[in-house]
Design a protein. Structure first.
Length: 757
C-alpha cells in the first residue's frame, strides 16, 4: 500500500495533518522560486519522516529529478532512488505539495520491498547484452548494459539494463545479474492504427524555411531521415499522400495538444519541462508509433494509402510520450500497456475537444476519420462495441489495445457521465445510479494529476487511488468532483482500495477582515474601511452586515449592506460635533446564512496620540561560546505619527554584548541586533530585555540567548531535545524540535530538525 499523508511544512517531523484550503481554478502560474524551494524543503522532510513506508534501505539515496507544475498550482516532485550508488528501477518517489510548497498532501512509491541485495554480478555484461539482443528479430543497435537494481516487482534484484533498438522497435531489457534470466522488458514502441484526415487550411507555427516549431522546443516534422522538411509557407498541397501535408496535420495536432496541456492541465510541454519530440512521416507501414525518441506516422493500409495523421492519432502518439515522461516511465506488461494505450486515446480525445475544429468535431472515438474500412478502432463510451472490455476484471489484462477499454470507459463516465446531453449514452458495469460528468476539462486535470503520481508498476488499482487523491487536491473545498471520479471507477467495477482517500463535504464558512482595522476622525467628520470576506470552505453564502453599539452621535453605513461571501463592502463611520473624543471599539458583524463572523474596528475621535509597537523576531537564538547570534527588532506605528525610538538592552550576562544597527530608528523601521559572546561565557539560557524608548514611552521585548557547550557527535537512534547542540562532520547544529533520530536524518539532510550554527 502506498503511504498517503497530509503534512504541514511547519511541523514536518510532528506529522501535522493539515491541508491548506485554496480556491479552485483551472491553471495557476508556475511556482515562484520561493514556492519551488519550499516544496523541495517539504519533500525532503517527508522523505525522511516516511522512510519506512517508502521502503527506504540504509544505503538508499534520493535525487530530485523534476518539479512538475500541475493544475490549481499543485507541485509534483519526482525523486529517483539509488542503492549503493546503483539506479533503482521502480524505486522512484513522487511527492505532491500545494501551490505554496509548504504542505505535502501525498507521497507515493511503486517499490514494494526494502532492497537487500549485493552489487556484484555473476553474469557478464556481454552475456546480458546477447540475451537482450535476442529479444527482437532485427537489431539496429544495442546499448552497453548497465547494472541497476530492479525493484518494480515484489522482490528487488540486481540486474543489467540494456536498450535494444530495431527499425520499429525500442525496448529496455532487464537481465538478472546473478542468473542471466530475463526479468522484465519495457517496450517503448506504441502503435495506433488509423487513416489520414485533414482539417482544412490551418495556422501552424514553423520557421520561415523549415517545418521546425520555433515556439515549442523539440517539435519538428520531416521524413524518415529525421530532418525537418524545408520550403516555405504555405506548407503542403492538401493531398492525401503528400508528405509535407502530412506534417501540417502532425504539427497542427501536436501544437493543439501542447497548448491544451498548458492551458487546461498546467503541464509545461510534452515532457513536462518545456520540451517535446520530433515527428517523422512517410513510414512504409500501415502503422503509427512512438519509439521513445520520436513519433512516426505511416499510411492507412488502403489502396489509396492516405497519410495516417488524423488529430486523434497524433494526440494518441504524443500521449505515449507524456506517459513515458511522467514518473515511472513506460512500464511493462499488458496491464501497464493497456493503461498506456488508454492514455494515448484520452489525450487524443482531449486534444480534439480543446481544438474544437468543425472539420474534425470532438468525440470519443479513436481513428474514426481514416478510411480503414471498418470505422473507429476504439470506442471510449462503449469499448465492447469493438470487442474490447468495458469493465475492469482483476488479473485479466488482454492485449494492450483491447486493454485500453476499462480506463477509456472510466474517463468517459467521469467527463460526460451516463446520459450526457448531445453525446452518446454510456452504461455502468455495476448497474449503479446515473452519473453526471464533471466535463472534459476537469476530467483532463484529474487524469494529468494522476499521471504525475505514476509509479512502476502502474496498475488500475493505483490509478484509482491516485485519481481520488488528485480530485481532493484539485478541489479541496468540495466533494462534488471527488464523488464523480469515484462513481466512474465504481461504474467500471474497479473496487475501492485499502488506504484510498475519502471526502467529507466541508461546511460553508468564510472569513471576515477590516482593511484598515483602525482609523481616526475629528468630531463632525467621517472615516471609511473596507469589509473583506473570503470563502474558506464549502460554498459562498449570503451575508448581511451590521454594526454593534456605536458611540453617541456616530452612525454606520455599509455599501452594500448585503453581499455574497467573497465580496467586499465599504463601511463609513460618520461622527457628529458632539461625539465623545477618545478611542472606541466598534464591532462589525457579518451575519451569514450558515455562520456569523465578527471583527473590531478601533475608531479614534479627536486628536490621536502618537504610539508604536515593539517586537523582536526571532525571539530566541543560540551560539557556542565565542560566537554570536542575530535577531531583528521591529517597530510599527500604531497611532498618530512616527516618532524616534532609541534602542537598548539590559540583563545580558558578563561576556555578552548587544549591539544595534542602527541604534535609533523611526517608528515603522527595523534594526538588526547582534548578540556576541566571549569564549568564557558559561553554557546556559539567558533572557535579555530589549527596550525601545520613544517620546510616548518605552516598549520592551525579551530575547532568549542559549549558549551551548561544544556538543556531542550526532548518532542515530538517539533522543534529542530542543536547543540541544551536536556536531556532525565538523559542523555544529542546534535541535529545532525534540525527536528520536533515525538513519538518514543526519543534521545537514533534515533542516526541519537541525539549525546550522
Amino acid at each position: 500500500m502506498n503511504p498517503k499523508l497530509k503534512l504541514s511544512a511547519a511541523a514536518l517531523v510532528a506529522l501535522a495533518l493539515a491541508l491548506v484550503p485554496q480556491a479552485a481554478q483551472a491553471v495557476q502560474d508556475p511556482p515562484t522560486p520561493s514556492e519551488a524551494k519550499s516544496a523541495v524543503t517539504s519533500a525532503q522532510g517527508a522523505l525522511a519522516a516516511y522512510a519506512p513506508s517508502l521502503r527506504t534501505a540504509q544505503d538508499d539515496a534520493y535525487h530530485l529529478q523534476a518539479n512538475t507544475p500541475g493544475a490549481n498550482g499543485l507541485q509534483f516532485l519526482t525523486y529517483s532512488r539509488t542503492h549503493k550508488g546503483l539506479p533503482v528501477y521502480g524505486g522512484e518517489v513522487v511527492v505532491t505539495t500545494d501551490a505554496s510548497g509548504q504542505s505535502v498532501s501525498d507521497i507515493t512509491t511503486g517499490q514494494q520491498a526494502v532492497i537487500n541485495v549485493g552489487t556484484k554480478a555473476k553474469v557478464s555484461a556481454a552475456t546480458a547484452a546477447a540475451t537482450s539482443q535476442a529479444r527482437i528479430k532485427k537489431v539496429d543497435s544495442v546499448s552497453a548494459p548497465s547494472l541497476v537494481i530492479h525493484a518494480a516487482g515484489k522482490t528487488p534484484r540486481l540486474a543489467y539494463a540494456t536498450t535494444v533498438t530495431g527499425p520499429s522497435n525500442n525496448r529496455t531489457v532487464y537481465v538478472d545479474a546473478l542468473t542471466g534470466a530475463v526479468i522484465d522488458e519495457v517496450e517503448l514502441v506504441k502503435a495506433a492504427e488509423g487513416r489520414s484526415h485533414y482539417v482544412g487550411t490551418v495556422t501552424i507555427d514553423t520557421q520561415a524555411t523549415s517545418m521546425v516549431d520555433p515556439n515549442r522546443r523539440g517539435i519538428q516534422c520531416g521524413g524518415q531521415n529525421g530532418s525537418a522538411f524545408t520550403g516555405s509557407s504555405p506548407w503542403g498541397n492538401g493531398g492525401a499522400t503528400d508528405l509535407p501535408t502530412a506534417c501540417v496535420d502532425v504539427l497542427y495536432g501536436v501544437q493543439k495538444e501542447w497548448d491544451m496541456l498548458r492551458e487546461w492541465v498546467g503541464r509545461n510541454g510534452i515532457n513536462g519541462s518545456g520540451g517535446g519530440f520530433p515527428a517523422r512521416v512517410g513510414l512504409a507501414q500501415a502503422n503509427a508509433f512512438w519509439n521513445g525518441s520520436y513519433t512516426n506516422f505511416g499510411h492507412n493500409g488502403a489502396s489509396a494509402r492516405k497519410n495516417l495523421v488524423s488529430m486523434d492519432v497524433v494526440g494518441h502518439e504524443y500521449g505515449h510520450a507524456i506517459f513515458q515522461t511522467t514518473p515511472g516511465g513506460a512500464g511493462s506488461g499488458n496491464e501497464a500497456g493497456g493503461l498506456n494505450e488508454s492514455t494515448g486515446d484520452i489525450f487524443g480525445a482531449v486534444t480534439e475537444h480543446y481544438a474544437n475544429n468543425p472539420n474534425d468535431p470532438p468525440d470519443y472515438l479513436v481513428g474514426e476519420e481514416p478510411a480503414l474500412g471498418g470505422g473507429p478502432i476504439r470506442n471510449m463510451y462503449n469499448p465492447s462495441a469493438l470487442g474490447h472490455p468495458n469493465c475492469y476484471t482483476p488479473g485479466s489484462f488482454p492485449e494492450v489495445h483491447a486493454g485500453a477499454g476499462p480506463q477509456n470507459h472510466w474517463f468517459y463516465l467521469m467527463a460526460e457521465g451516463t446520459n450526457p446531453q448531445g453525446k452518446p449514452a454510456s452504461t455502468r458495469c455495476d448497474n449503479g445510479p446515473a452519473i453526471v460528468g464533471i466535463g472534459v476539462r476537469k476530467a483532463a486535470q484529474v487524469f494529468m494529476t494522476t499521471l504525475n503520481k505514476k509509479t512502476s508498476p502502474w496498475t488500475h488499482t493505483k490509478v484509482r487511488v491516485a485519481a481520488l487523491q488528485a480530485a481532493k487536491e484539485l478541489w479541496p473545498g468540495s466533494c462534488a468532483e471527488f464523488n464523480v471520479v469515484k462513481a466512474a471507477f465504481d461504474g467500471i467495477r474497479l473496487p475501492a482500495q485499502s488506504g484510498e482517500p475519502t471526502c467529507t463535504a466541508p461546511t460553508d464558512d468564510f472569513s471576515l477582515t477590516l482593511d484598515p482595522a483602525a482609523g481616526q476622525a475629528d468630531p463632525g467628520s467621517s472615516v471609511t474601511t473596507t469589509v473583506r470576506t473570503t470563502v474558506t470552505s464549502g460554498n459562498a453564502q449570503q451575508i448581511t452586515l451590521r454594526a454593534g453599539t456605536l458611540p453617541s452621535g456616530v452612525t454606520a453605513q455599509f455599501n452594500p449592506a448585503t453581499i455574497t461571501a467573497g465580496q467586499t463592502s465599504t463601511l463609513t463611520l460618520s461622527t457628529s460635533a458632539g461625539s465623545p473624543v477618545g478611542g472606541h471599539a466598534v464591532q462589525v458583524t457579518a451575519d451569514g446564512t450558515a455562520v456569523d463572523k465578527n471583527a473590531t474596528y478601533n475608531l479614534t475621535i479627536g486628536q490621536v496620540q502618537d504610539d508604536f509597537s515593539f517586537a523582536v523576531s526571532p525571539a530566541s537564538g543560540s551560539t557556542q561560546p565565542g560566537g554570536s547570534a542575530q535577531t531583528t527588532v521591529n517597530t510599527t506605528v500604531t497611532s498618530g505619527s512616527a516618532q524616534q525610538v532609541a534602542l537598548s538592552a539590559t540583563g545580558q550576562p558578563s561576556g555578552v554584548t548587544v549591539t544595534f544597527s542602527p541604534a535609533t530608528v523611526t517608528a515603522g523601521q527595523s534594526s538588526q541586533v547582534t548578540v556576541a559572546t566571549t569564549s568564557s561565557v558559561a553554557a546556559g539560557s539567558y533572557p535579555i530585555t530589549l527596550t525601545g524608548t520613544g517620546t510616548s514611552g518605552s516598549k520592551t521585548a525579551t530575547y532568549t540567548l542559549t549558549v551551548g557547550s561544544t556538543g556531542t557527535e550526532w548518532a542515530p537512534y538517539t533522543s534529542y531535545t530542543i536547543n540541544q547542540v551536536v556536531t556532525y562532520q565538523g559542523a555544529s547544529y542546534r535541535c529545532r524540535q525534540s525527536h528520536t533520530s533515525l538513519p538518514g536524518w543526519e543534521p545537514p539532510n533534515v533542516l526541519a530538525l537541525w539549525q546550522p550554527l
